[in-house]
Design a protein around this ligand. Structure first.
Ligand code: FUB
Length: 326
């Protein structure tokens, strides 16, 4: 009896110790090399969809992670796999996920495409956020290199008027296009073009992201080389989704006491609240391998004048933040 009591006591201590350990998310928020995280809220849960950060030839699937409080994360393995994307050979990159039409759409870059090759931005669809996702078109949605932009690093933005825009582009160029309401095709602009270039400045490299707050459009992107220490995130503010996007400054960069190569981010807004979390990847100080990138989370704050405060990268991560049930 006494032994049973002691065992129960030990279990209780362990559990409360565990709970203590998990008061904050910690950084990285889950183990493994994962990059280009897309953070969002779907189906009453927080979600992070990252790139599996292995050598290009091994990048043939995505895992996803969900959480009810930003602190404890559940892994959903292989939500998208090569077997469900007939044209994918390698370099499955930078997922962008959105719920629409009662389904879930996962946009991705495939094959690290160059002129004359098959690859680019694809779209896969599932009935549940955790997949399984299946390629919807049997070919890339965007294969061609237009305005010098490599078709990778897409972000789908749903504006208040119901329109869907996709920002994308590597190789220092960024395009915007309008997506149809089924999210499976591109609607031409009034001038007949499919893509308009919206590259914000000479320092833009890749990883565009759009956030609307207080009627203003916050356009963000990554600068520098993703394999090096100087990778970082900068931003601009505009009155409309098409720019021009005038660079204001950096919001995320390396910190010699925390990590290097911080970039390719996304922002989670707590629904209905003026409360934001930046999800990004960074390279531990001990690592130099380009692919050794970890997914982290920290708070993103706005100044009273609407500009964004530079992010303080932490090892602690963020405190528990439960979502309200709707
Ligand atoms: O992870 C592969 C590539 O690295 C992404 O597409 C870029 O944005 C960079 O993070």
């Amino acid at each position: 009896m006494k032994r049973l009591f002691l065992l129960l006591l030990a279990m209780l201590c362990l559990t409360s110790g565990e709970a203590k350990k998990k008061k904050t998310s910690g950084n990285p928020i889950f183990p493994g090399w994962y990059a280009d995280p897309e953070g969002t809220v779907m189906d009453g849960r927080y979600w992070v969809f990252p790139t599996y950060s292995a050598p290009f030839d091994e990048q043939l699937h995505f895992d996803a992670f969900s959480s009810r409080d930003l602190v404890t994360w559940t892994k959903h393995e292989r939500v998208l796999e090569q077997k469900n994307v007939p044209w994918l050979r390698r370099a499955l990159w930078a997922p962008a996920v959105i719920a629409a039409n009662g389904r879930y759409y996962l946009f991705f870059g495939g094959n690290d495409v160059h002129e004359g090759e098959v690859g680019g931005i694809g779209v896969a669809v599932a009935d549940r956020p955790e997949g399984p996702y299946r390629d919807a078109l049997g070919r890339p949605l965007i294969n061609d290199i237009v305005n010098g932009a490599q078709p990778i690093d897409q972000f789908v933005f749903h504006d208040d008027d119901g329109r869907y825009y996709m920002y994308y582009g590597g190789w220092r160029h960024c395009n915007v296009c309008r997506l149809s309401s089924d999210l499976l095709s591109i609607v031409p602009w009034p001038d007949g073009q499919l893509f308009h270039e919206v590259t914000p400045s000479e320092s833009y490299v890749e990883g565009p992201f759009m956030l609307k707050r207080g009627g203003k459009y916050y356009f963000m992107w990554s600068e520098g080389g993703w394999t090096g220490p100087n990778y970082c995130v900068a931003y601009a503010i505009s009155d409309n989704p098409f720019g021009p996007f005038k660079r204001i400054g950096k919001i995320l960069e390396q910190d010699a006491s925390v990590a290097r190569g911080a970039g390719h981010h996304s922002v989670i807004q707590v629904p209905g609240r003026d409360e934001y979390y930046i999800v990004y990847h960074r390279r531990p100080l001990s690592e130099t391998d380009g692919n050794h990138r970890e997914t982290c989370i920290d708070r993103l704050y706005f100044n009273p004048d609407g500009t964004i405060r530079p992010v303080k990268m932490t090892f602690e991560g963020v405190k528990a933040r439960k979502l309200k049930k709707h």
